[in-house]
Design a binder for this molecule. Structure first.
Ligand SMILES: [Zn+2]
Length: 600
């Protein structure tokens, strides 16, 4: 049993809904609003702030939210936050994403043997178990894709992989992390305070330029990185291993937008640690786990997946739940032990690696580490390769374990199956998820304000789904400006960076706020760091608060003259955790975080 069981939801947000069923707008929302209006005479007097500096009084911590909201400013009554729904599950299915990170442009025969043998294996297992959805996603680095393409006239490997693709058995992705080289890449020139444009340009160069395979650096402006894969192989279904600095696997909005210019529908990536070199010490692990705890508030979420920078992130494991798949060459018993740890109380998407470089290299080095350190003779010396007998054993055990996995899936009654990138996106999104209606936005605004202490909450909730602060800002800004903002969820990025500060309590004229919204608060896919509203300069964080407040007043028919804004930190709790993980001042990424909820 995991430490991520039912009691995890009782931390962080302090309470859990008393009812197993979701309270849905609009009927209940209206009813509660009427109830709290009737109670409002017991609140603080009009126009005065409460003891904690907030313009309304939040319910006592010992009481479930929603039972005793009170009035605040100009007679405005804050509706209660929606009740956080947490079903106790008993037979939640799980899903396996079978992938390879290729990571070797130097040892051609040894590396390419993987595609031939595992390709045959995947074909065999898929034919024996047609109902388990077997798909193998090969995530090349650019230099690997280039190498196999150059060799195709003599090997025919690209033709073989394209044939497997056409059979529906193979898809392609991009794993950027090991592209040449670790020490010569544009991100290395970035500083923690680099501008959005500087980071964007570095990431764009990284994913598009053709590189010197041993020494790094661009040799041609285009055709490398991601393009070296999409040119011969077509659709790129997942992009992983992008980091704004070495050993640090957060791409931030600048990287995410650079990828989206090449792959507009890119929705999937890996999370922590995303297969980069990381000093995974206790500090890192504690911060990662604290972050994941904030992002797994209910049994419909799990620590294997979350949303960040506009993509669904699959972690290497589900660290809060002690679920961790090992390489297939560890054998069927190791696989069984991992799968037996799934207790059905949550669904998981699990990364299962196959055909990695350690089939034929020792774990003490790697082809890219060796090759970049020895550019004149980049092939691995024999002493760093697995002995032939061990290589054969690893291939044999990989085959046995994959067959065993497929058999287990076949007899699982649908509790376990393979997924490809599109399947994963489908698990976490739906028509209702993408389209936030007016009542759902009211719930998000109520969630935001009720859970705003001296910092914004980490995410918002509409009674069913979770949304990021960037989503919430964009939706509130658009609706206040009279737009519907369809298709904005997960497509909008938060303010690039600000110095972490606490702004003092203030207020803003409601008319100025409405005018600013009508002028348009979002001109691109990015939220600005600050905005001029009337004669005032507000941070995006202050504006987020004010927009939510104004909306809820408007929806109750309360005509506010001014909108109060409490003293507040610029970023949510997650900002500090990202900082501990190595992302300095990543307000944009903090604003992008949200739980990934398995849709019904
Ligand atoms: Zn890697």
């Amino acid at each position: 049993m995991s430490p991520a069981g039912a009691d995890r939801t009782e931390e962080g947000y302090g309470w859990k809904g008393p009812h197993p069923m979701t309270v849905r707008p609009p009927a209940v929302f209206v009813a509660l609003a009427l109830v709290v209006t009737a109670c409002s005479t017991s609140g603080p007097s009009e126009g005065t702030a409460t003891d904690d500096g907030l313009p309304f009084r939040r319910p006592p911590a010992s009481q479930p939210a929603g039972t005793e909201p009170a009035s605040g400013h100009e007679g405005f009554v804050l509706p209660p936050a929606p009740t956080l729904t947490d079903h106790a599950l008993s037979d939640a299915p799980s899903y396996i994403f079978l992938f390879t990170h290729t990571e070797d442009p130097f040892n051609h025969e040894l590396s390419e043997e993987r595609y031939w043998r595992v390709g045959d294996l995947v074909e065999e297992v898929a034919a024996a178990h047609p109902d388990v959805g077997l798909v193998w996603t090969i995530e090349f680095q650019g230099s690997d894709a280039e190498t196999v393409t150059q060799r195709n006239p003599e090997t025919g490997l690209v033709d073989r992989l394209l044939a497997l693709r056409d059979e529906g058995l193979v898809q392609f992705g991009y794993h950027a992390y090991h592209d040449p080289t670790y020490l010569n890449r544009p991100q290395n020139e970035l500083r923690p305070d680099s501008s959005f444009d500087e980071v964007h340009d570095a990431m764009w160069t990284w994913i598009t330029c053709r590189k010197d395979v041993t020494r790094g650096g661009c040799v041609e402006e285009r055709g490398g990185g991601l393009e070296a894969i999409s040119n011969p192989f077509g659709q790129v279904t997942i992009v992983t291993g992008l980091g704004v600095s070495l050993g640090f696997q957060v791409e931030r909005s600048a990287g995410a937008l650079a990828v989206r210019e090449l792959v507009p529908d890119r929705m999937l990536a890996f999370g922590f640690p995303d297969h980069g070199d990381l000093a995974v010490d206790r500090t890192y692990t504690a911060a990662r786990d604290a972050l994941l705890a904030l992002l797994t508030p209910t049994h419909e979420t799990s620590s294997s997946t979350f949303w960040m920078d506009g993509s669904i992130r699959i972690n290497d494991s589900a660290p809060l739940d002690d679920v961790n798949l090992s390489p297939l060459y560890d054998g069927p018993d190791a696989l069984d032990a991992a799968l037996d740890s799934l207790d059905g109380s949550r669904s998981f998407v699990l990364n299962q690696g196959i055909a990695d470089k350690f089939l034929y290299t020792l774990e003490t080095t790697s082809p890219t580490k060796w090759g970049y350190a020895h550019p004149d003779a980049p092939e691995l010396p024999p002493e760093y390769r697995q002995p032939a007998s061990e290589r054969e054993r690893r291939y044999r055990t990989t085959a046995e374990t994959l067959r065993h996995l497929a058999e287990r899936m076949d007899s699982s009654g649908g509790a376990l199956r393979f997924v490809d990138a599109a399947d994963v996106v489908g698990l976490f999104t739906s028509e209702d998820y993408w389209n936030v209606d007016d009542d759902e936005l009211d719930q998000m605004a109520a969630w935001l304000l009720n859970n705003w202490t001296d910092t914004p909450p980490a995410w918002t909730y509409d009674g069913e789904d979770f949304y990021s602060l960037a989503d919430t800002f964009a939706l509130l800004a658009a609706r206040a400006g009279g737009e519907t903002a369809d298709d904005i969820v997960s497509r909008i990025h938060g303010p690039w960076t600000v110095t972490r500060t606490t702004t003092a309590a203030t207020s803003v004229a409601a008319d100025d706020l409405t005018l600013a919204a009508q002028d348009g608060l979002i001109s691109s896919s990015r939220i600005s760091e600050s905005y001029r509203v009337g004669s005032q300069e507000l941070t995006a964080t202050q504006l987020l608060y004010a927009l939510a407040y104004l909306r809820l007043a408007d929806r109750q028919g309360v005509d506010l003259r001014t909108v109060p804004i409490p003293a507040t930190a610029t970023g949510p709790e997650t900002l500090e955790l990202l900082n501990t993980l190595g992302c300095t001042d990543c307000l944009d990424t903090a604003w992008s975080l949200k739980p990934a909820r398995f849709q019904d």
